[in-house]
Design a protein around this ligand. Structure first.
Ligand code: CA
Ligand code: CA
Length: 151
């Protein structure tokens, strides 16, 4: 009888150990996903930091990418990033990052009130823009990062 109980206790102990190991494994996968998501968001922020506020050719006349700006390397001002999704993510040098199928970076650029950056105003009507990048993995949002830039 006692031997049976001892075996049962050992059996439960083993199950509990396997269970917590799996939980730890899932948790570490999740935190790796979050870290990757944040890294991809920061790549876009770094890219944006290098962009001028206004297009070198058309200035402030167009919101969004100017005609003919199709490739990531064509983008040359902040608002060009508005509404763009890099499906197959890119890094700050606009090189697509290999081996990251399923990941994407979506960018929005909005004009905001300089005295209240939470207040969105019509595109191109203020000197301050709010950029936001949403990183997804297979359609699931992993990370969202937003920041403010002068225009
Ligand atoms: Ca442009
Ligand atoms: Ca533009």
């Amino acid at each position: 009888m006692e031997a049976t109980i001892a075996i049962a206790v050992i059996g439960i102990g083993v199950v509990a150990t396997v269970g917590s190991h799996q939980a730890w494994h899932i948790q570490s996968l999740e935190s790796e996903k979050l870290a990757t998501g944040m890294r991809l968001a920061i790549e876009i922020r770094e890219l944006a930091l290098l962009l001028p506020a206004n297009d070198p050719v058309t200035g402030t006349s167009t919101w969004g990418s100017e005609s003919g700006e199709i490739m990531p390397t064509d983008l040359d001002d902040l608002d060009d990033l508005d509404g763009i999704t890099f499906d197959g993510p890119i890094d700050a040098t606009r090189t697509s990052i290999v081996g990251m199928a399923g990941w994407s970076q979506q960018v929005t650029v909005q004009s905001v009130d300089p005295f209240n950056v939470l207040q969105v105003v019509p595109d191109g009507t203020s000197e301050i823009v709010k950029l936001e990048v949403t990183v997804q993995l297979n359609g699931e949002e992993i990370t969202r990062l937003s920041w403010i830039a002068p225009r």
